[in-house]
Design a protein. Structure first.
Length: 417
């Protein structure tokens, strides 16, 4: 009896979000064979398909880090990609608004970071900021002209089409159970047929640390799911917002605060807040998985994080449960918005890596397990263990970064090819 051969690929990418698809596309452009395995029946189901769809400029991030370098490049590349493939997008610019005197030093630090990262930003007084957003309230602002909006699900789906066009495979509804590293390859154990790969990239988002542990790797962090809820504006309130209006963020957290965004469909929403999700894919208070919640709460890093920032956490929960509390946050920048203007408008879940000491991983985190010839050899695996915002903006540069770390090969950006 002849048994069918196990499918073999140069690279298998686990996860069909925008980072996994951008990585697969980078691999396919080099002529290597690649397969993307996505456990959901559709691409871009989780972080990619549930966010504010902002094309980030790279303003916020510490100079020299991956976020700063890759988001700045990704901002221009995302706009160019959308333009080339006729995907909905708009370069709107945004205001980062200081509403209290104590925020001014933090805003000045943002301006310094922007300059160091090569991001154009203009400091505005009250009169100047109202030329951009007539209904905003604040004492000063930064205007960042390169920020924009798009539809990241559409971007991800187009990347999937391009992977297939280059000869790659997209396999939906395929859950990866674990990886078995061998000297010359990696066995990808799935809920169906196994695959063999010379190398594997794990872009599994909310499940990345679980797959690492199931495969015998120590991720060194725990993915903690934070739900971010959005509130849609009424037609009356939407008229108060022309583009993107952000607060000055708290530097203690990687969250950017509740901001108002006019989306590519014309609708305006505010959010997200940041509350502990009660399941890895806990998009509402009603989605509870006791085992996953217990694992999050029992993690030493989560307990230390909660002890340090419990007041902040209670405030976020209050805003989640109280429309009045949410509108008060919005009114700091847009005083004419009223509670009756807000309606629930979906939620996303951020896969946030937390260290055992309770600190939040603030940069992208890529962890490699070496193969027979070192980190880039056959049998190697690279885990993407922290890729929240601005990963969607930075996805194409992240994909090239992963390719280079995996293979040593460097390729040009798409718009430079």
């Amino acid at each position: 009896m002849t048994f069918p051969a196990t499918p073999r690929f140069d690279v298998v990418v686990v996860g069909g979000g925008i980072v996994g698809l951008a990585t697969a596309h980078a691999v396919a452009r080099t002529g290597r064979s690649v397969a993307v395995l996505e456990r959901e029946p559709r691409l871009a189901t989780h972080q990619t398909g549930n966010n504010s769809n902002v094309i980030h400029s790279g303003l916020y991030y510490a100079p020299g880090g991956l976020k700063a370098r890759l988001a700045v490049a990704g901002c221009a590349e995302t706009v160019a990609f959308c333009r080339e493939h006729d995907l909905p997008h708009q370069v709107t610019g945004k205001l980062v608004v200081a509403t209290e005197p104590e925020e001014l030093p933090r805003m000045a630090e943002l301006a310094r970071r922007g300059a160091a990262n090569g991001v154009e930003a203009h400091e505005l007084d009250q009169t100047e900021m109202r030329r951009h957003e007539p209904h905003v309230r604040g004492i000063a602002a930064l205007y960042v002209p390169s920020t924009g909006i798009c539809d990241y699900r559409a971007v991800a789906e187009k990347l999937g089409e391009l992977v297939a066009k280059e000869g790659g495979e997209i396999q939906l509804g395929r859950s990866v159970l674990r990886l078995v590293r061998r000297r010359e390859d990696v066995v990808v154990r799935t809920d169906g047929t196994d695959l063999l790969a010379k190398q594997v990239v794990v872009c599994a988002g909310l499940r990345g640390d679980e797959l690492a542990k199931a495969s015998g790797a120590d991720p060194g962090v725990r993915i903690i799911p934070f739900r971010g809820e959005y509130a849609g504006f009424s037609a009356r309130a939407a008229e108060l917002v022309k583009g993107l209006i952000y607060p000055v963020p708290d530097p203690a957290f990687p969250f950017l605060g509740v901001h108002a965004t006019r989306g590519i469909d014309g609708h305006v929403h505010a959010g997200p807040n940041a509350v502990l999700a009660l399941a890895r894919e806990g998009y509402s208070w009603g989605t509870i998985k006791p085992k996953e919640l217990a694992q999050s709460l029992a993690y030493p890093g989560m307990m230390r994080l909660a002890r340090k920032h419990w007041r902040y956490g209670l405030g976020e929960v209050h805003r989640s449960l109280s429309k009045k509390a949410m509108v008060q946050q919005i009114q700091r920048m847009l005083p004419d918005v009223q509670a009756e203007d807000l309606t629930p408008s979906g939620a996303g879940v951020r896969a946030q890596a937390v260290k055992p000491d309770g600190s939040l991983v603030d940069d992208f985190l890529l962890v490699a397990q070496g193969g027979a010839d070192g980190e880039r050899g056959a049998g190697s695996v690279l885990y993407v263990l922290n890729a929240p915002s601005p990963a969607a903006t930075a996805a194409m540069p992240i994909g090239r970064e992963i390719l280079e770390r995996l293979t040593g090969e460097r390729i040009a950006p798409l718009n430079a090819a």
